[in-house]
Design a binder for this molecule. Structure first.
Ligand code: DGT
Ligand code: CA
Ligand code: ZN
Length: 578
C-alpha cells in the first residue's frame, strides 16, 4: 500500500499539472492542501479510508482521488495529465525560481517543455519578454541550469557503489574470469569517488575484454585493450569503470596496486626498497637475482614485507604502515558488530513507513533494537510532533513491542536545537524518552562562536544522549556550519554525550578525519546511525561502518555495538552523571 508520503507526492504532482494546464488555481490548491493533510496525518490510512472528508484539508473531490490511490496505487486523473502534458515539465519545476505558474507561462507562450528547451529560449533572449520574467531572472535560471547539468567531479560513494557492485557481479559471471574485485577509492570506502576500478584475473584476457565491453550495464565503451577496458555505466551520472585484466599469478599484487591509495603505495614501495625489492602491479621483484615473487592473496604480500594485512579502509598513508610494523593494527569495527540503529524516522514525521515496518526491517537485519526518533514540533516541514502526538506515538511503540518478538523498539526523538541553543521540547518531556538525539536544522549561517555555544548547550543537557550529524555538511551541496569541533569533542567526552556518525551517503557526518580525532584525542563515543526514512534505508549502515573503519574505530568506540541491556544502562547513565 502506498505510504502517506507517496500519496502526498502524487497529489502535489496533480496540483502542479493542473496549474500548468491552466486549470483554476483554486482547484489546484485544493489538491496541494489535501497533499499536506495526508503528509501530516498521524493515523494509518486504512482506518480513515471511508471517512477521509473528516480530515481538515480534504474535500469531496480530493477524497475520491485519495481513495483510488489507496485501492489501486494509481490515480486515473494523474495518469491522464501524464499522458496529456510533456514529462519534462516536471523537471523544470526542480529548478530554483520556477514554480507551476512560471512553468505554465513558459509552456503556453514559448512551448518550452524541458530544461534544454528552456536553455535555448534563454539564449535567444525570449524568456525576458514574458510577464513575470526579466533579464535578471534569465541569468539566474541559466546559472541554475548549468549547475544542474554538470556532473560534479566526485560523486558520493553511496550513489556509485551499488552500480559498481552490479558491474562486478556481471564480470564474475563470465565463465573465464577466475577472480575479480573492486579496487581504488570505492574499495577504500572513500566518501566520494571519481571513477570505479575493478581488477580481474583470467587466463584469457582477449576474450574477457570483449565480454566486459558488452556487459548489460555498459552504456558506452571508452577504450578496449587486452589489459585494460574502460566503459561508462549509469549511476546518477555516467561513471567510468576501469577494468584491469591480469593473470591469476599477478592478481594479488595488481589488486593491491590498483586499490591504492597513491600515498599508501608510496610507503609500501619504500618499505620494499629497504629490503632490496621493487613492487609493481605484476609482483615483487627481488633486485639481487631478478626473480619476481607473486602471491595467492594480499595478506601474503603484506606478510612478505613484514606487515600485517592492512584493511583497504586504512590504506591512506596516514600511519597505517608504521603502526602495522610497530604494534599491529586495531581490530576495526565490522557490520556484524552493530546491534541496532538509534536514529530512524516513521510516518509520524517525515518517514515513509510505519513503526512496525521499521521494526520488522530492523529485526530481519538481525538487530536487537531500533530507536524511532521522529522530528520535534518546530520542524514543521518535516511533520514535527507536538507533545501530545509524541505521547500517542509512545502508545504505538508499546503496542509494536507487545506484538513483535526478537526486536525492541526504543522510544526516541530527534529534537531540534533551536537557534539560541534551547531544545524544542522541555526537559520533563525529554526525560521520559529512551533515546534523545539533538540536531540543528535551522539558522545554519550563524558565526562560529554562536553555533558552537548553541551545540554545547545541547551537549550539556542531561537528557540529550546523542548529537546527530554534528557538522551539518551535505556532500556536493552544503558545507559544514562554522563550528569549533575540538571544543565540542572535549565537552562531549566530559559529559558522556555521544556524537553521531550519520551513515547517509550524502552526509557521512562526522567524517573519517573527525572520527579519528574525536576518538583518539578526546575519547568520544560514537553512534553509527542511518537516519533511515524508509525500511530499505537501514542497509546504508554499510557506508557508516566503512567510514568508521577509515577513522580507525573499533567496536569499543561505538555505542550501538552494546547489547540492549548495556545500552539502556549507558543511556540512563548520562542523566545520573555517571
Ligand atoms: P579516485 O578515482 O580519484 O576516486 O581515487 P583512486 O584512488 O581510485 O584513484 P585512481 O582511480 O586514479 O587510481 C586507482 C589506484 O591505482 C590508486 O589508488 C593507486 C593506483 N595508481 C593509479 N595511478 C597511479 C600513479 O600514477 N601512481 C601510483 N603510485 N599509483 C597509481
Ligand atoms: Ca578510482
Ligand atoms: Zn533524522
Amino acid at each position: 500500500m502506498p505510504s502517506h508520503r507517496d500519496i502526498a507526492e502524487m497529489l502535489f504532482e496533480l496540483a502542479n499539472y493542473m496549474e500548468i494546464d491552466g486549470e483554476n488555481p483554486y482547484r489546484a490548491n485544493a489538491y496541494r492542501r489535501a497533499g499536506q493533510a495526508v503528509e501530516h496525518l498521524k493515523r494509518p490510512l486504512e482506518e480513515i479510508k471511508e471517512d477521509l472528508q473528516s480530515v481538515a484539508g480534504i474535500g469531496k473531490g480530493t477524497a475520491a482521488v485519495i481513495r483510488e490511490i489507496i485501492e489501486t496505487g494509481e490515480s486515473s486523473l494523474l495518469n491522464e495529465y501524464r499522458e496529456k502534458l510533456p514529462k519534462g515539465l516536471m523537471s523544470l519545476l526542480e529548478l530554483p525560481g520556477l514554480g507551476p505558474k512560471s512553468v505554465k507561462t513558459l509552456y503556453k507562450k514559448l512551448n518550452v517543455t524541458n530544461v534544454s528547451e528552456l536553455e535555448q529560449a534563454i539564449r535567444r533572449q525570449q524568456v525576458r519578454t514574458l510577464p513575470g520574467f526579466g533579464a535578471k531572472s534569465e541569468a539566474k535560471l541559466l546559472e541554475a541550469i548549468q549547475r544542474a547539468g554538470t556532473r560534479p567531479e566526485r560523486l558520493p560513494l553511496g550513489h556509485v557503489r551499488p552500480v559498481a557492485e552490479e558491474v562486478l557481479t556481471q564480470i564474475q559471471s563470465i565463465p573465464e574470469v577466475v577472480q575479480a574485485s573492486l579496487a581504488g577509492s570505492i574499495r577504500r570506502m572513500e566518501e566520494t569517488v571519481k571513477d570505479v576500478d575493478i581488477v580481474v584475473a583470467t587466463e584469457q584476457p582477449d576474450h574477457v575484454a570483449r565480454e566486459v565491453a558488452s556487459l548489460p550495464a555498459v552504456e558506452e565503451v571508452v577504450n578496449r585493450g587486452t589489459t585494460k577496458v574502460s566503459v561508462l555505466v549509469a549511476a546518477d551520472w555516467l561513471v567510468q569503470v576501469d577494468v584491469r585484466i591480469v593473470t591469476p599469478e599477478q592478481y594479488a599484487t595488481a589488486l593491491h596496486h590498483f586499490t591504492g591509495s597513491k600515498e599508501h603505495n608510496v610507503r609500501i614501495r619504500q618499505i620494499a626498497k629497504e629490503k632490496g625489492w621493487k613492487v609493481s602491479e605484476y609482483g615483487v621483484e627481488q633486485l639481487a637475482d631478478g626473480r619476481t615473487l607473486t602471491f595467492d592473496e594480499e595478506t601474503h604480500f603484506y606478510n612478505e614485507l613484514g606487515l600485517p594485512y592492512i584493511p583497504p579502509e586504512l590504506r591512506q598513508g596516514k600511519g597505517e604502515t608504521e603502526v602495522g610494523l610497530e604494534q599491529g593494527l586495531p581490530d576495526l569495527v565490522a557490520e556484524k558488530d552493530i546491534r541496532g540503529d538509534l536514529h530512524v524516522h516513521s510516518q509520524w514525521s517525515d518517514g515513509h513507513c510505519t513503526i512496525r515496518e521499521m521494526a520488522e526491517a530492523a529485526k530481519s537485519k538481525g538487530y536487537e533494537y531500533v530507536a524511532v526518533t521522529d522530528h520535534s514540533r518546530s520542524l514543521v516541514i518535516a511533520g514535527g510532533l507536538s507533545v501530545e502526538d509524541l505521547m500517542k506515538q509512545r502508545e504505538e511503540i508499546e503496542r509494536v513491542n507487545r506484538e513483535l518478538d526478537g526486536i525492541t523498539v526504543l522510544a526516541g526523538v530527534e529534537v531540534d536545537i533551536l537557534p539560541d541553543g534551547r531544545l524544542d521540547y522541555p526537559d520533563d518531556v525529554l526525560e521520559q524518552l529512551d533515546v534523545v538525539i539533538a540536531s540543528v536544522h535551522s539558522a545554519f549561517g550563524q558565526d562560529e562562536r554562536t553555533m558552537t555555544k548553541r551545540i554545547l548547550r545541547a551537549v550539556e543537557n542531561p537528557y540529550v544522549h546523542v548529537i546527530a550529524h554534528p557538522t551539518g555538511r551535505l556532500l556536493n551541496r552544503r558545507d559544514s556550519y562554522a563550528l569549533n569541533l575540538p571544543e565540542i569533542f572535549k565537552r562531549a567526552a566530559d559529559t558522556g554525550t555521544v556524537l553521531e556518525l550519520n551513515a547517509n551517503p550524502n552526509r557521512l557526518d562526522l567524517n573519517d578525519r573527525h572520527l579519528r580525532q574525536a576518538v583518539e584525542d578526546y575519547g568520544v563515543t560514537i553512534a553509527i546511525n542511518t537516519d533511515a526514512h524508509r525500511a530499505e534505508h537501514l542497509h546504508l549502515i554499510t557506508y557508516g561502518v566503512g567510514t568508521a573503519r577509515r577513522g580507525w574505530l573499533t567496536r569499543h568506540h561505538i555505542l550501538n555495538t552494546l547489547t540492549l541491556d548495556k545500552l539502556v544502562k549507558r543511556l540512563k547513565g548520562k542523566n545520573h552523571g555517571s
